[in-house]
Design a protein around this ligand. Structure first.
Ligand SMILES: Cc1cc2nc3c(=O)[nH]c(=O)nc-3n(C[C@H](O)[C@H](O)[C@H](O)COP(=O)(O)OP(=O)(O)OC[C@H]3O[C@@H](n4cnc5c(N)ncnc54)[C@H](O)[C@@H]3O)c2cc1C
Length: 466
């Protein structure tokens, strides 16, 4: 039999990485299980296709059941923090207030969370792009368009200040080849390993069984059945992973809210073709963001993104042959803005008849109307910088996967209590984006880290001597 750990954590992303660090630094015997593999700057796949295939669940092709939304999530040591853009914002008062209103959770506010944000930020090298000489032309055009059209913007804060000047690696979304991006793999997990954390990659958890004295996690390690044991288990497999694991453990009967209230900040990218090269693939991938109160009121924000040639080709899926070739030839001339929606329509995470993960997510008219408003503003900004031709992609992407095991007071309407414990299951906790009660409309990962920091301290206090 494998050893019995004090704590076993499933999932090594924003939530799992921070939780592992706090528990290991406190001297506990901790095991971190991750379905994906361990990579580093030297070993991340070198091209866009392989990065998607090797670092994402479903090779980056997972979709909702109606095939309307692509769902992207990392499957790698470090989870989403390895494949994301590392935009690290704190929630504003509105996001916390809406969390509190939906859940009744007392610490959902900036005053109660400030120490946790401060604590996680001391482990991250953060960089705010005030210096315009560090921007690429995609950012400069975005700001010019905002200023001409009379909208407010701000420099971005990223966990990536060392992109190099004018390089064209464009590999943030496939792990950082310079190991400069502040993923869990190069920050919290590395520090936790120095405190004795045990990490097992290639282990996909399939079921959690709780007993009187310990918890067993059943799964497969590189295809071979394996079980791991601990006195307490923390689920940090992300909104889809943690919810799926609880559904597979057949806890839905006692937790009727399990799988409900799934949100994903649906996003749509639009491109403008400029006469001069934009070279949006060079230098700092993203440097500026929208900060207009009217956008927040209308539940959208505009991101100054771009993507590699494979993703940009997919966005233009309606054109074929010579027309598509003409589109791709102008890759260097593309300016790009994305609308990200603060979705209100709850989706659902369930298992289908074959026992496989199924995610349904439709958008009500109010959500669609807000997305249309956002896309209207994008068109206005493109016009303001003199773009003569534009392309608004209809591909909808969900990158910020949240909910499914929302935190709240009642077991009838939520899954996790204020102590991060699954209702009625004293040995099982959740510390990831699955516990969000709604969509904040702000990049979630820093707040997931801060919540995980709070969760780990709360778990230590609750389980002392247990
Ligand atoms: C392309 C992209 C760009 C993004 N950009 C940003 C950004 O700039 N800023 C921001 O704030 N957010 C961004 N996000 C979202 C952000 O990365 C996630 O919100 C965050 O990582 C979620 O943290 P988590 O702990 O909930 O889950 P994750 O980080 O997804 O971690 C969950 C981990 O659990 C593992 N796992 C799942 N199931 C199992 C299982 N059964 N057994 C074992 N392991 C399992 C997964 O492989 C994964 O490693 C982006 C996401 C993507 C995909």
């Amino acid at each position: 039999m494998n050893p019995v750990y004090d704590y076993l954590i499933v999932g090594s992303g924003a939530g799992g990485g921070v939780t592992a660090y706090v528990l290991a630094a406190a001297g506990a015997k901790v095991l971190l299980l991750e379905a994906g593999k361990r990579f580093s700057g030297n070993t991340y796949p070198k091209d866009e296709m392989r990065a998607g295939a090797q670092l994402m669940w479903g090779g980056g092709t997972d979709m909702t059941t109606d095939a309307a939304t692509v769902l992207l999530r990392g499957k790698v040591l470090g989870g989403g923090t390895v494949v994301n853009q590392a935009l690290l914002d704190r929630f504003d008062n509105l996001a916390w207030a809406d969390f509190k209103a939906d859940s009744g959770v007392s610490f959902f506010d900036n005053a109660a969370m400030a120490d946790h944000y401060d604590a996680v930020e001391t482990h991250l090298a953060l960089h705010t792009f005030h210096d315009r000489s560090r921007w690429n032309r995609n950012a400069a055009l975005y700001v010019a368009g905002f200023e001409k059209a009379g909208y407010q913007w701000q420099p971005l804060r990223r966990g990536q200040g060392d992109c190099g000047h004018g390089n064209d690696c464009m590999m943030c979304l496939g792990g950082c080849p310079r190991d400069a991006k502040q993923s869990m793999a190069v920050t919290f997990i590395k520090e936790a390993e120095a405190h004795g954390l045990t990490v097992r990659t290639g282990f996909q958890a399939a079921q959690v069984v709780t007993g009187a004295d310990f918890v067993t996690v059943f799964g497969h390690e590189n295809g071979v059945p394996q079980s791991h044991y601990a006195r307490h288990c923390i689920l940090a497999a992300g909104a889809l992973g943690s919810t799926e694991l609880m559904l597979k453990s057949q806890w839905q009967r006692r937790l009727p809210a399990l799988g409900q209230h799934f949100y994903c900040h649906p996003q749509w990218m639009s491109t403008a073709f400029m006469d001069e090269p934009v070279d949006a693939h060079k230098g700092a991938f993203q440097a500026v963001k929208s900060a207009d109160p009217r956008f927040r009121q209308n539940r959208f924000k505009l991101e100054n993104v771009f993507a590699g040639p494979v993703a940009m080709a997919l966005l233009n899926h309606r054109q074929m042959g010579a027309a598509h070739q003409h589109y791709m030839r102008r890759y260097r001339h593309m300016m790009c803005i994305e609308v990200a929606l603060r979705d209100q329509t709850p989706g659902q995470i369930s298992l289908n008849r074959q026992g496989r993960l199924a995610v349904t997510k439709s958008l009500r008219q109010a959500d669609l109307d807000n997305a249309t408003k956002g896309r209207g503003v994008v068109a206005e900004i493109f016009a303001a910088v003199g773009a003569k031709e534009t392309m608004a992609s209809d591909i909808r992407v969900g990158l910020h996967l949240m909910g499914g095991a929302r935190m709240g007071q009642q077991a009838a309407t939520s899954v996790v209590n204020e102590g991060f414990q699954v209702h009625g299951m004293p040995r099982v906790y959740v510390a990831d984006g699955s516990l969000f009660p709604n969509a904040p409309g702000i990049n979630p990962s820093l707040s997931i880290m801060a919540l995980a920091h709070r969760a780990a301290h709360s778990i230590l206090a609750q389980t002392a001597g247990a």
